[in-house]
Write a protein that binds this ligand. Sequence first.
Ligand code: PMV
Length: 319
Amino acid sequence: MLAIAKAQPNIALIKYWGKRDPERNLPAVGSISVTLSELFTQMSVDLDATVAVDQLEVNGATNEALLPRVQLCLDRVLGSDRQRARVVSQSNFPIAAGLASSASAFSALVVAAASAGGQDRSTSELASLAGASSGSAARSLYGGFAELENYDDDVRVASICSASEWPLRVVVAITMAGPKATSSGEAMEISRKTSPFYSRWVDQQAEDLEVARAAVGARDFEMLAEVSEHNCLKMHSVMWASRPPIMYWNSATIECMQVIRELRSQGVAVFFTIDAGPQLKAVCLPEDENRVQTALAAVDGVSDIMLSGIGDGAALVQQ
Ligand code: PMV
């Protein structure tokens, strides 16, 4: 009745922002992401008939705040008449800070819960279940470059290129390790309801996805760089124009962006992307990683740098 799964967070190059069905947490747009090989969440689910209430421990401490979301996810996988569970989550990176910890957490949770419950579910079923808790989590079931598509009243995810086929590197600049003020779920709803740019964002996504898919297919770094930075800045523009405005960046985030733009203008193969938090992720070719790392580490306000390759999909480590 105990299962342990491990999953990596993913960062979107073409981003998910906005829900077409908030109740079912269905995204308004498709997305393309990469998983990060060096960052992970390990999730253990122990179903135990003798336990009276669900228990959640996150990084060594009891966590009541996240428990309802975890319970809902367990109910979706195992049914609401399931046994109570002891859930223990351990991540090797800051959580709730724009590093996609919910993606690694919920993808690992569905894999561990299904196995603890003796279920044999397909990866696509697990992806839909993870996506119901955190839209981006559906992508962490798949390794390499993953594309999430909307179809009917569900999502469909597939790996479009493996990590070994295009082994890019990701340099993460941590500019603030504390939790963010507004969750991405809340912020997306504010954008959908109030941003005058929201409908254009949704309308244009198919075009960006097509370009990025072609760039990944052709391993065309420059083409991927251009469309990824554009898509990232467009998503943040939607947020900035929301009421109230949603601003996840700090001055170090902006300084890091300038540093990456400067490196690119000098011919370094690198581009940036930023999710719902102030951390900047720089995607680059392996031969440029040292230069990117040195440049970002020198930015005032960058407290830590993490280096990663592109990783695998969620998997069981013990059942
Ligand atoms: O999956 P959520 O609800 O944490 O939303 C993720 C939103 C972004 O990280 C900003 C974009 C993305 O596609 O991952």
